[in-house]
Design a protein around this ligand. Structure first.
Ligand code: NAD
Ligand code: UD1
Length: 336
Protein backbone atom coordinates (compact mmCIF):
# COMPACT_ATOMS: atom_id res chain seq x y z
CA UNK A 1 0.00 0.00 0.00
CA UNK A 2 1.04 3.62 -0.43
CA UNK A 3 0.74 5.43 2.87
CA UNK A 4 0.71 9.20 3.28
CA UNK A 5 2.56 10.19 6.47
CA UNK A 6 2.02 13.80 7.48
CA UNK A 7 4.83 15.05 9.71
CA UNK A 8 6.89 12.13 8.40
CA UNK A 9 10.17 14.04 8.73
CA UNK A 10 9.61 14.57 12.46
CA UNK A 11 10.82 12.50 15.38
CA UNK A 12 8.08 9.87 15.56
CA UNK A 13 7.07 10.13 11.89
CA UNK A 14 10.56 9.28 10.62
CA UNK A 15 10.58 6.06 12.67
CA UNK A 16 7.12 5.17 11.37
CA UNK A 17 8.33 5.70 7.78
CA UNK A 18 11.21 3.29 8.43
CA UNK A 19 8.85 0.63 9.81
CA UNK A 20 6.43 1.05 6.89
CA UNK A 21 9.17 0.86 4.25
CA UNK A 22 10.67 -2.23 5.89
CA UNK A 23 7.20 -3.82 5.83
CA UNK A 24 7.08 -3.29 2.06
CA UNK A 25 4.78 -0.27 1.96
CA UNK A 26 5.46 2.79 -0.19
CA UNK A 27 5.60 6.06 1.72
CA UNK A 28 4.75 9.65 0.79
CA UNK A 29 5.75 12.27 3.35
CA UNK A 30 4.08 15.65 3.72
CA UNK A 31 6.05 18.00 5.94
CA UNK A 32 6.69 21.74 6.09
CA UNK A 33 9.92 21.27 8.09
CA UNK A 34 8.79 23.70 10.78
CA UNK A 35 10.26 21.30 13.36
CA UNK A 36 12.45 18.97 11.30
CA UNK A 37 15.17 18.80 8.66
CA UNK A 38 15.19 17.55 5.04
CA UNK A 39 18.30 15.50 5.90
CA UNK A 40 15.95 13.06 7.64
CA UNK A 41 14.70 11.81 4.25
CA UNK A 42 18.24 10.74 3.29
CA UNK A 43 18.66 9.01 6.65
CA UNK A 44 15.40 7.06 6.21
CA UNK A 45 16.65 5.97 2.78
CA UNK A 46 20.04 4.97 4.25
CA UNK A 47 18.35 2.72 6.83
CA UNK A 48 15.79 1.10 4.57
CA UNK A 49 17.39 1.21 1.12
CA UNK A 50 14.17 2.85 -0.11
CA UNK A 51 13.53 6.56 -0.45
CA UNK A 52 10.15 7.92 0.57
CA UNK A 53 8.51 10.47 -1.72
CA UNK A 54 8.68 13.96 -0.22
CA UNK A 55 5.85 16.41 -0.87
CA UNK A 56 6.95 19.55 0.93
CA UNK A 57 3.97 21.58 2.04
CA UNK A 58 1.47 22.42 4.72
CA UNK A 59 -1.48 20.38 5.96
CA UNK A 60 -3.64 23.51 5.92
CA UNK A 61 -3.52 23.56 2.11
CA UNK A 62 -6.46 21.37 0.99
CA UNK A 63 -5.75 21.63 -2.74
CA UNK A 64 -2.19 20.49 -2.18
CA UNK A 65 -3.33 17.63 0.05
CA UNK A 66 -5.91 16.35 -2.43
CA UNK A 67 -3.43 16.51 -5.27
CA UNK A 68 -0.84 14.50 -3.26
CA UNK A 69 -3.44 11.88 -2.27
CA UNK A 70 -4.55 11.46 -5.91
CA UNK A 71 -1.15 11.72 -7.60
CA UNK A 72 0.39 8.97 -5.46
CA UNK A 73 -2.84 6.94 -5.10
CA UNK A 74 -2.53 6.83 -1.31
CA UNK A 75 -4.60 4.14 0.43
CA UNK A 76 -4.31 5.42 3.99
CA UNK A 77 -3.03 8.38 5.99
CA UNK A 78 -1.01 8.42 9.22
CA UNK A 79 -1.38 11.94 10.58
CA UNK A 80 1.39 13.25 12.81
CA UNK A 81 1.94 16.82 11.58
CA UNK A 82 1.24 19.33 14.30
CA UNK A 83 2.59 21.41 17.14
CA UNK A 84 3.34 19.55 20.37
CA UNK A 85 4.83 21.73 23.11
CA UNK A 86 2.46 21.95 26.07
CA UNK A 87 4.01 25.11 27.59
CA UNK A 88 4.11 26.94 24.26
CA UNK A 89 0.49 26.01 23.55
CA UNK A 90 -0.65 28.18 26.48
CA UNK A 91 1.01 31.24 24.91
CA UNK A 92 0.06 30.54 21.28
CA UNK A 93 -3.42 28.96 21.45
CA UNK A 94 -4.50 30.24 18.05
CA UNK A 95 -1.42 28.74 16.39
CA UNK A 96 -2.09 25.41 18.09
CA UNK A 97 -5.76 25.29 17.15
CA UNK A 98 -4.92 26.45 13.62
CA UNK A 99 -2.25 23.84 13.01
CA UNK A 100 -3.63 20.93 15.02
CA UNK A 101 -7.40 21.33 14.61
CA UNK A 102 -7.84 23.29 11.37
CA UNK A 103 -4.95 21.35 9.79
CA UNK A 104 -6.58 18.02 10.68
CA UNK A 105 -9.93 19.27 9.37
CA UNK A 106 -8.33 20.23 6.04
CA UNK A 107 -6.74 16.79 5.85
CA UNK A 108 -10.02 14.96 6.51
CA UNK A 109 -11.79 17.14 3.93
CA UNK A 110 -9.10 16.44 1.33
CA UNK A 111 -9.31 12.72 2.12
CA UNK A 112 -13.08 12.78 1.72
CA UNK A 113 -12.71 14.58 -1.63
CA UNK A 114 -10.11 12.03 -2.77
CA UNK A 115 -12.17 9.12 -1.36
CA UNK A 116 -9.39 7.92 0.95
CA UNK A 117 -11.02 6.79 4.18
CA UNK A 118 -8.36 5.06 6.27
CA UNK A 119 -6.86 7.35 8.88
CA UNK A 120 -4.57 6.92 11.89
CA UNK A 121 -4.33 9.88 14.24
CA UNK A 122 -1.50 10.72 16.67
CA UNK A 123 -3.16 11.59 19.93
CA UNK A 124 -1.70 11.75 23.41
CA UNK A 125 -2.19 10.55 26.97
CA UNK A 126 -2.52 14.25 27.81
CA UNK A 127 -6.21 14.00 26.77
CA UNK A 128 -6.93 12.13 30.03
CA UNK A 129 -5.86 14.97 32.35
CA UNK A 130 -5.52 14.42 36.09
CA UNK A 131 -5.75 10.65 36.74
CA UNK A 132 -8.98 9.56 38.39
CA UNK A 133 -7.49 6.06 38.51
CA UNK A 134 -4.36 4.40 37.20
CA UNK A 135 -3.37 2.92 34.89
CA UNK A 136 -5.35 5.02 32.43
CA UNK A 137 -7.44 2.83 30.14
CA UNK A 138 -9.17 4.16 27.02
CA UNK A 139 -12.43 4.63 28.97
CA UNK A 140 -10.83 7.00 31.48
CA UNK A 141 -12.67 10.38 31.45
CA UNK A 142 -11.17 12.94 29.08
CA UNK A 143 -10.28 16.29 30.65
CA UNK A 144 -7.09 17.71 29.14
CA UNK A 145 -5.59 20.48 31.24
CA UNK A 146 -3.81 22.39 28.50
CA UNK A 147 -4.37 23.85 25.03
CA UNK A 148 -2.26 21.19 23.32
CA UNK A 149 -4.28 18.37 24.88
CA UNK A 150 -7.57 20.11 24.07
CA UNK A 151 -6.51 20.53 20.43
CA UNK A 152 -5.93 16.76 20.22
CA UNK A 153 -9.26 15.98 21.90
CA UNK A 154 -11.06 18.29 19.44
CA UNK A 155 -9.70 16.24 16.54
CA UNK A 156 -10.78 13.01 18.26
CA UNK A 157 -14.27 14.52 18.56
CA UNK A 158 -14.33 15.51 14.89
CA UNK A 159 -13.37 11.96 13.96
CA UNK A 160 -16.15 10.49 16.13
CA UNK A 161 -18.72 12.83 14.54
CA UNK A 162 -17.49 12.04 11.04
CA UNK A 163 -17.65 8.31 11.74
CA UNK A 164 -21.22 8.67 13.04
CA UNK A 165 -22.16 10.40 9.79
CA UNK A 166 -20.27 7.99 7.52
CA UNK A 167 -19.36 4.56 8.94
CA UNK A 168 -17.36 3.87 5.80
CA UNK A 169 -14.34 5.46 7.48
CA UNK A 170 -11.68 3.38 9.22
CA UNK A 171 -10.25 5.36 12.11
CA UNK A 172 -7.57 4.55 14.63
CA UNK A 173 -6.80 6.99 17.43
CA UNK A 174 -3.45 6.22 19.05
CA UNK A 175 -2.82 7.83 22.43
CA UNK A 176 0.93 7.90 22.97
CA UNK A 177 2.51 7.93 26.40
CA UNK A 178 6.13 9.25 26.59
CA UNK A 179 8.03 8.41 23.39
CA UNK A 180 11.82 8.29 23.80
CA UNK A 181 14.85 6.63 22.25
CA UNK A 182 16.00 6.52 18.64
CA UNK A 183 16.53 4.10 15.79
CA UNK A 184 19.17 1.50 16.69
CA UNK A 185 21.34 2.70 13.77
CA UNK A 186 21.75 6.13 15.38
CA UNK A 187 20.80 7.69 12.05
CA UNK A 188 17.43 9.09 13.11
CA UNK A 189 16.30 10.36 16.50
CA UNK A 190 14.87 13.38 18.26
CA UNK A 191 16.32 16.73 17.23
CA UNK A 192 13.71 19.43 17.76
CA UNK A 193 14.41 22.96 16.62
CA UNK A 194 15.05 25.22 19.64
CA UNK A 195 15.30 23.97 23.22
CA UNK A 196 13.76 20.62 24.12
CA UNK A 197 11.38 20.55 27.10
CA UNK A 198 11.07 16.81 27.59
CA UNK A 199 13.23 14.87 30.01
CA UNK A 200 15.08 12.40 27.82
CA UNK A 201 16.44 14.76 25.13
CA UNK A 202 17.66 17.09 27.88
CA UNK A 203 19.44 14.23 29.68
CA UNK A 204 21.05 13.14 26.40
CA UNK A 205 22.28 16.69 25.77
CA UNK A 206 23.71 16.96 29.31
CA UNK A 207 25.53 13.63 28.92
CA UNK A 208 26.83 14.78 25.53
CA UNK A 209 28.10 18.10 26.89
CA UNK A 210 25.70 20.16 24.75
CA UNK A 211 23.97 21.41 27.93
CA UNK A 212 25.35 22.03 31.43
CA UNK A 213 22.73 20.45 33.66
CA UNK A 214 19.24 19.08 34.08
CA UNK A 215 16.81 20.75 36.47
CA UNK A 216 14.53 18.19 38.10
CA UNK A 217 11.09 19.76 38.32
CA UNK A 218 10.20 18.80 41.89
CA UNK A 219 11.35 16.02 44.25
CA UNK A 220 8.40 16.28 46.65
CA UNK A 221 5.82 14.23 44.72
CA UNK A 222 4.10 11.34 46.52
CA UNK A 223 6.27 8.78 44.70
CA UNK A 224 9.00 6.52 46.10
CA UNK A 225 11.87 8.92 45.30
CA UNK A 226 9.78 12.11 45.14
CA UNK A 227 10.14 12.67 41.38
CA UNK A 228 7.50 12.32 38.66
CA UNK A 229 6.93 8.87 37.17
CA UNK A 230 6.07 8.31 33.49
CA UNK A 231 5.39 5.50 31.06
CA UNK A 232 8.33 5.87 28.64
CA UNK A 233 7.98 3.98 25.37
CA UNK A 234 10.71 3.32 22.81
CA UNK A 235 9.95 5.17 19.57
CA UNK A 236 10.65 1.98 17.58
CA UNK A 237 7.95 0.16 19.56
CA UNK A 238 5.63 3.09 18.94
CA UNK A 239 6.35 2.93 15.21
CA UNK A 240 5.56 -0.78 15.17
CA UNK A 241 2.28 0.02 16.91
CA UNK A 242 1.32 2.12 13.88
CA UNK A 243 2.08 -0.71 11.49
CA UNK A 244 -0.15 -2.97 13.61
CA UNK A 245 -2.91 -0.34 13.62
CA UNK A 246 -2.61 0.02 9.85
CA UNK A 247 -3.15 -3.72 9.35
CA UNK A 248 -6.23 -3.48 11.53
CA UNK A 249 -7.61 -0.56 9.47
CA UNK A 250 -8.63 -3.06 6.82
CA UNK A 251 -11.87 -3.29 8.80
CA UNK A 252 -14.03 -0.17 9.06
CA UNK A 253 -14.56 1.23 12.53
CA UNK A 254 -13.34 3.77 15.04
CA UNK A 255 -10.87 2.35 17.53
CA UNK A 256 -8.82 3.96 20.28
CA UNK A 257 -5.62 2.49 21.69
CA UNK A 258 -3.17 3.51 24.37
CA UNK A 259 0.41 2.98 23.20
CA UNK A 260 2.59 2.68 26.28
CA UNK A 261 4.62 0.05 28.14
CA UNK A 262 2.31 -0.03 31.14
CA UNK A 263 4.95 0.64 33.78
CA UNK A 264 6.26 3.96 35.08
CA UNK A 265 9.82 5.10 35.76
CA UNK A 266 10.88 8.06 37.90
CA UNK A 267 13.17 10.89 36.82
CA UNK A 268 15.93 9.32 38.95
CA UNK A 269 15.35 5.91 37.33
CA UNK A 270 15.97 7.54 33.94
CA UNK A 271 19.02 9.51 35.15
CA UNK A 272 20.65 6.47 36.74
CA UNK A 273 20.00 4.22 33.74
CA UNK A 274 21.35 6.86 31.37
CA UNK A 275 24.48 7.36 33.50
CA UNK A 276 25.08 3.63 33.49
CA UNK A 277 24.63 3.32 29.72
CA UNK A 278 26.64 6.41 28.76
CA UNK A 279 29.23 6.15 31.52
CA UNK A 280 28.84 9.92 31.96
CA UNK A 281 27.56 11.77 35.03
CA UNK A 282 24.28 13.67 34.58
CA UNK A 283 24.60 16.98 36.43
CA UNK A 284 21.31 18.09 37.92
CA UNK A 285 19.76 20.41 40.43
CA UNK A 286 16.31 20.39 42.00
CA UNK A 287 13.85 23.08 40.94
CA UNK A 288 10.21 23.77 41.79
CA UNK A 289 7.39 21.66 40.37
CA UNK A 290 6.60 22.51 36.73
CA UNK A 291 3.13 23.99 36.31
CA UNK A 292 0.65 21.41 35.06
CA UNK A 293 2.83 18.39 35.90
CA UNK A 294 1.25 15.26 37.36
CA UNK A 295 2.98 13.00 39.93
CA UNK A 296 2.53 9.85 37.94
CA UNK A 297 0.70 8.32 35.01
CA UNK A 298 0.97 5.18 32.95
CA UNK A 299 -0.99 3.14 30.46
CA UNK A 300 -3.21 0.16 30.51
CA UNK A 301 -2.18 -1.02 27.03
CA UNK A 302 -4.24 -4.24 27.07
CA UNK A 303 -6.53 -3.12 24.22
CA UNK A 304 -3.61 -2.74 21.80
CA UNK A 305 -2.32 -6.17 22.81
CA UNK A 306 -5.71 -7.88 22.54
CA UNK A 307 -6.94 -6.27 19.33
CA UNK A 308 -3.77 -5.30 17.44
CA UNK A 309 -1.48 -8.05 18.73
CA UNK A 310 1.02 -5.32 19.62
CA UNK A 311 2.94 -4.69 22.81
CA UNK A 312 6.05 -2.69 23.60
CA UNK A 313 9.14 -4.90 23.75
CA UNK A 314 12.07 -2.57 24.45
CA UNK A 315 13.07 -1.69 28.04
CA UNK A 316 14.42 1.48 29.64
CA UNK A 317 18.02 0.40 29.05
CA UNK A 318 17.36 0.02 25.34
CA UNK A 319 15.60 3.43 25.26
CA UNK A 320 18.62 5.11 26.91
CA UNK A 321 21.19 3.18 24.85
CA UNK A 322 19.58 4.15 21.54
CA UNK A 323 19.09 7.76 22.67
CA UNK A 324 22.77 7.92 23.64
CA UNK A 325 23.89 6.31 20.37
CA UNK A 326 21.99 9.00 18.41
CA UNK A 327 23.51 11.73 20.61
CA UNK A 328 27.06 10.41 20.12
CA UNK A 329 26.65 10.07 16.36
CA UNK A 330 24.90 13.46 16.01
CA UNK A 331 26.34 15.68 18.76
CA UNK A 332 24.85 18.82 17.19
CA UNK A 333 21.76 17.09 15.79
CA UNK A 334 21.02 16.72 12.08
CA UNK A 335 22.76 19.95 11.19
CA UNK A 336 26.08 18.98 12.74
P1 NAD B 1 7.79 16.54 15.60
O1 NAD B 1 7.66 18.00 15.81
O2 NAD B 1 9.16 15.95 15.59
O3 NAD B 1 7.05 16.11 14.25
C1 NAD B 1 5.98 16.83 13.71
C2 NAD B 1 6.30 17.10 12.24
O4 NAD B 1 5.20 17.79 11.66
C3 NAD B 1 7.54 17.96 12.06
O5 NAD B 1 8.39 17.36 11.11
C4 NAD B 1 6.99 19.30 11.56
O6 NAD B 1 7.89 19.95 10.70
C5 NAD B 1 5.70 18.87 10.87
N1 NAD B 1 4.66 19.88 10.83
C6 NAD B 1 4.21 20.66 11.85
N2 NAD B 1 3.20 21.45 11.43
C7 NAD B 1 3.01 21.16 10.11
C8 NAD B 1 2.10 21.65 9.12
N3 NAD B 1 1.22 22.61 9.42
N4 NAD B 1 2.18 21.13 7.88
C9 NAD B 1 3.08 20.16 7.58
N5 NAD B 1 3.97 19.68 8.47
C10 NAD B 1 3.93 20.16 9.73
O7 NAD B 1 6.89 15.83 16.71
P2 NAD B 1 6.79 14.31 17.12
O8 NAD B 1 7.33 14.17 18.50
O9 NAD B 1 7.31 13.45 16.05
O10 NAD B 1 5.21 14.16 17.25
C11 NAD B 1 4.44 13.72 16.16
C12 NAD B 1 2.97 13.72 16.56
O11 NAD B 1 2.80 12.90 17.71
C13 NAD B 1 2.42 15.08 16.93
O12 NAD B 1 1.13 15.19 16.41
C14 NAD B 1 2.40 15.08 18.43
O13 NAD B 1 1.40 15.90 18.94
C15 NAD B 1 2.11 13.62 18.72
N6 NAD B 1 2.60 13.20 20.05
C16 NAD B 1 3.93 13.36 20.33
C17 NAD B 1 4.41 13.01 21.59
C18 NAD B 1 5.86 13.19 21.95
O14 NAD B 1 6.20 13.12 23.12
N7 NAD B 1 6.77 13.39 21.00
C19 NAD B 1 3.52 12.50 22.55
C20 NAD B 1 2.18 12.33 22.21
C21 NAD B 1 1.73 12.69 20.94
C1 UD1 C 1 5.00 16.15 28.51
C2 UD1 C 1 3.74 16.87 28.15
C3 UD1 C 1 2.79 15.89 27.51
C4 UD1 C 1 3.43 15.13 26.37
C5 UD1 C 1 4.67 14.44 26.92
C6 UD1 C 1 5.41 13.61 25.92
C7 UD1 C 1 3.64 18.62 29.88
C8 UD1 C 1 2.89 19.14 31.06
N1 UD1 C 1 3.17 17.47 29.33
O1 UD1 C 1 4.66 15.21 29.48
O2 UD1 C 1 1.66 16.58 27.03
O3 UD1 C 1 2.54 14.16 25.84
O4 UD1 C 1 5.54 15.46 27.41
O5 UD1 C 1 5.92 14.44 24.91
O6 UD1 C 1 4.60 19.22 29.42
N2 UD1 C 1 11.30 16.67 33.95
C9 UD1 C 1 12.26 17.26 34.75
N3 UD1 C 1 13.08 18.19 34.17
C10 UD1 C 1 13.02 18.54 32.85
C11 UD1 C 1 12.03 17.93 32.05
C12 UD1 C 1 11.17 17.00 32.64
O7 UD1 C 1 12.35 16.98 35.94
O8 UD1 C 1 13.78 19.41 32.42
C13 UD1 C 1 10.40 15.67 34.56
C14 UD1 C 1 8.94 16.10 34.55
O9 UD1 C 1 8.62 16.83 35.69
C15 UD1 C 1 8.24 14.73 34.50
C16 UD1 C 1 9.22 13.85 33.70
O10 UD1 C 1 10.48 14.49 33.79
O11 UD1 C 1 8.11 14.19 35.78
C17 UD1 C 1 8.84 13.69 32.25
O12 UD1 C 1 8.68 15.00 31.69
P1 UD1 C 1 8.46 15.20 30.11
O13 UD1 C 1 9.46 14.43 29.35
O14 UD1 C 1 8.37 16.67 29.87
O15 UD1 C 1 7.06 14.51 29.85
P2 UD1 C 1 5.63 14.75 30.56
O16 UD1 C 1 5.69 15.78 31.61
O17 UD1 C 1 5.11 13.42 30.93
Amino acid sequence: MTILVTGGAGYIGSHICVSLLLQGHSVVIIDNFSNSYAEVIERIAAITGKKPVLAKGDIRDRTFLKSVLETYKCSAVIHLAGLKAVGESAHRPLDYYDCNVYGSLCLLQAMQAANVKKFIFSSTATVYGVPQYLPYDEKHPLAPENVYGRSKLMVETIMADLYAADPGWSFSILRYFNPVGAHESGLIGEDPRGHPNNLMPIIAQVAGGRREKLTIWGNDYPTADGTGRRDYIHVADLAEGHVAALAHLEKAGLNIYNLGCGRPYSVFDVIHTFEHISNRPINYDIGPRRAGDIAEFYANAAAAKDKLGWEAKRDLRSMCADMWNFQVKNPQGYQG
